[in-house]
Design a protein around this ligand. Structure first.
Ligand code: HQG
Length: 178
């Protein structure tokens, strides 16, 4: 439970508001672990606790640098950073989990990235269901990623297997499943 709270805290700091604790992220999103520990008053962090949490995190949300000194979030940022991702060919279809109350707007406007850098997609319908259920009654959208790619959309895959794309037009949503 405590680890979950700390993971949420790290997501907040490393994806959205490093300034809350006066932490600097470099242009690739890396933060110095010692500074993170020193500047965190809310929790008593240690390098071991951070390494354990990164290793055990259910969605592999964070990465530690090769020298063990830095940490960053693998995805989900609202601040502008370069995740060093290379565009690759997506599978035929990808899924997006959302809540039924958003459907009307999604079918009118397409999938928008909102506060984040990208729209988040997944190869797993189960993951999509879990993501969608955070906001209400889950709906799984099937996206024709192959056609989008053929038409020039760039897809990226993060270290923790989240697929990212700038925008999904409504006509590329080929199925809604509950
Ligand atoms: C919806 C979690 C109305 C969209 C997950 C979603 C993910 C629209 C919500 C990651 C819309 C945005 C991201 C439109 C999109 N009209 N609603 N036109 N277009 N939406 O949290 O994808 O646990 O920013 O369907 O696993 O839910 O944080 O995005 O419901 O990878 O590591 O607007 O967060 O990862 O919500 O989740 P979010 P998301 P973590």
């Amino acid at each position: 439970m405590e680890n979950k709270k700390i993971s949420k805290y790290l997501s907040l700091i490393l994806r959205h508001q490093p300034q809350l604790i006066n932490l600097e992220l470099d242009s690739h999103g890396w933060a110095d672990i010692n500074t993170l520990i020193l500047n965190t008053k809310k929790y008593t962090l240690t390098p071991e606790l951070i390494y354990d949490l990164v290793r055990g995190n259910d969605k592999q949300r964070f990465a530690i640098s090769d020298d063990g000194k830095k940490i960053r979030a693998n995805q989900g940022h609202s601040i502008q950073i370069d995740l060093d991702l290379t565009a690759i060919q997506p599978p035929k279809v990808l899924y997006h989990g959302t809540a039924s109350r958003f459907l009307q707007s999604i079918h009118a406007k397409g999938l928008l990235k909102g506060e984040r850098h990208h729209v988040h997609l997944t190869e797993s319908a189960d993951t999509a269901r879990m993501v969608g259920s955070r906001y209400g009654s889950a709906v799984i959208l099937t996206i024709d990623s192959e056609l989008m790619h053929q038409q020039g959309a760039q897809f990226y895959k993060t270290k923790n297997d989240v697929w990212l794309v700038e925008y999904v037009p409504a006509d590329k949503i080929v199925n809604n499943d509950t």
